[in-house]
Ligand binder design. Structure first.
Ligand code: HEM
Length: 347
């Protein structure tokens, strides 16, 4: 009997109406806490999700390149590296801090928030959330630029083939890579354009979402630059889970870009074409009004690997355990039989 391939995390789950994206930095000393948390993520997701079965709650965890080496011994995912900043003549896609990435989604925000809260609670002082984005569905899956976002995503078997690692890296089969970037839009500048100018920037019609024909679609439109092929003509795809987000207080209107792929080379090629242009100089028109302010690349292990992670690096385990030992609680012991709950004022 052949062994079934490792089960992936919920990367192929459909777009939902709400999501929380957390980028987390793990300072030295926090490794043991993270190692303890990863196999418990599925259980924490069940603790929240079982109480709201109609919410389609899922949580995907990604691990950055540096943290991977601090957490695990043995082989590492073949293509895991830190996010590579891309700079063109006029635009930059920066690389920003992040050791762990969490993509929590559900129909409504409250289960996402509750699960994210439980996870950050478990991390305690061992890690720091450096970027939190709460994404929402905007009408018929539109981004805040007003265009339907996600139409050309692969589905079914095509999605699995684009996203999941197979025999090319057998130790990490069932895993995937995720590239994330937070974009802020200059909506005033965008809305000052005519509908036709906006459609030429994106490469699709705004109202009915139909792709412009090849004669009309400019080479520096978003769709033209992100449609890529191998030399043999095979189109390469990624699975995008972009979500709008915003803050009226901060005057922020954004798109959180999330791209899953079996190799980071594919979204990296797309991003380079957007930022640098092809030919160089003809960068993506949507970058005229959209600025990337974060950038991260993470490996998303299979669910099987997350549940049973590789051993810790042999050299540093005892020292790390000592450094991260949580001091025993100092609250005075309750007298047995006193009837006290021992929680703050609930005595
Ligand atoms: C400001 C950020 C972004 C916005 C607002 C945005 C929006 C859109 C929209 C409206 C479409 C057309 C509909 C669709 O097929 O989904 C699209 C297509 C696409 N985008 Fe983006 N996108 C952004 C960033 C990116 C980035 C960073 C990448 C890759 C690194 C990317 C890759 C793609 C791909 C592969 C397609 C499908 C092209 C096709 O086959 O037609 N996008 N995006």
């Amino acid at each position: 009997m052949t062994t079934p391939p490792p089960a992936p995390q919920a990367v192929l789950a459909p777009l939902t109406e709400s999501a929380v994206f957390l980028s987390i930095v793990v300072p030295p000393g926090g490794e043991e806490t993270v190692r303890g948390l990863l196999p418990d993520l599925a259980g924490l997701t069940r603790s929240v999700g079982f109480r709201v079965p109609d919410e389609a709650l899922t949580c995907v965890a990604g691990i950055g390149s540096d943290l991977w080496d601090r957490l695990f011994d043995g082989p590492r995912p073949a293509e895991l590296h830190p996010f590579r900043e891309v700079t063109g003549e006029r635009h930059t896609a920066p690389s920003t801090p992040g050791d762990l990435f969490l993509h929590v989604r559900a129909l409504r925000m409250h289960p996402c928030f509750e699960l994210a809260r439980l996870v950050t609670d478990r991390l305690g002082g061992a890690a720091r959330v450096v970027d939190e984005v709460q994404g929402f569905r905007y009408f018929d899956n539109r981004d805040l630029l007003g265009f339907v976002d996600g139409t050309e995503n692969p589905t079914g078997r095509g999605a699995a083939a684009a996203v999941l690692i197979g025999d090319e890296d057998p130790d990490f089969a069932g895993g995937t890579y995720v590239m994330v970037q937070k974009y802020l839009h200059d909506l005033a500048a965008w809305n000052a354009l005519t509908v036709e100018q906006r459609e030429l920037a994106v490469g699709r019609r705004q109202l009915d979402d139909v792709e412009l024909d090849d004669e009309t679609k400019p080479a520096d439109s978003h769709v033209a630059l992100t449609t890529i092929e191998d030399p043999d003509g095979t189109e390469r795809e990624i699975l995008r889970d972009n979500m709008p987000f915003g803050s009226l207080e901060r005057g922020e209107f954004g798109t959180y870009f999330v791209g899953y792929a079996a190799t980071p080379e594919v979204p990296e090629r797309m991003l380079t074409r957007m930022v640098v242009g092809d030919p160089p100089g003809s960068s993506d028109r949507i970058l005229e009004v959209s600025r990337a302010v974060t950038g991260g690349l993470f490996f998303v292990p299979s669910q099987d690997l997350l549940d049973d992670p590789p051993p810790a690096p042999a050299t540093s385990t005892p020292a790390r355990a000592a450094a991260t030992a949580v001091p025993a609680p100092t609250a005075p012991a309750e007298t047995p039989g006193s009837g006290s709950l021992g929680i703050g004022s609930l005595r």
